[in-house]
Design a protein. Structure first.
Length: 130
């Protein structure tokens, strides 16, 4: 099973959402920034590393708000752990994504999110978790 962490980066009540490029797996889907937990790495450390690699920020990783296990139709299993990020240093910089936007939680369902993120997206849109 692939273990993944993602950051719910919150600013002024909005969440940062990121769009994959055409060349990534599941192209042009929207997601929350983050990535794979490396062998021997703690989840918060993995997320801190991923956010620095993808966005150039030094994030303060908050509480884990949701854990989701998802099986894709091709049989791939993923465990996603979502953490709140309310504070970070440095300016956000788009290093790997096609697009990045600040979205109101209620507007999240308008984005074409990764299948594994949909439960969380709907909870956030309904005003839960944040």
């Amino acid at each position: 099973m692939k273990r993944v962490v993602a950051g719910l980066i919150v600013k002024d009540g909005k969440l940062l959402v990121c769009q994959r490029t055409r060349h990534q797996t599941m192209p042009l889907k929207w997601e929350f920034p983050g990535g794979k937990i490396e062998e021997g790495e703690q989840p918060r450390d993995a997320l801190r590393r991923e956010l620095e690699e993808e966005l150039g920020i030094l994030a303060t990783i908050g509480d884990e708000v949701r854990r989701i296990r998802h099986e894709y139709p091709n049989g791939g299993m993923v465990e996603l752990r979502f953490f709140i990020v309310r504070d970070y240093q440095r300016e956000l910089e788009n290093r790997i994504f096609r697009d990045m936007q600040w979205a109101e939680p209620k507007d999240l369902p308008k984005y074409d999110f990764l299948e594994a993120d949909l439960t969380l997206v709907n909870e956030l849109a309904a005003g839960k978790l944040l």
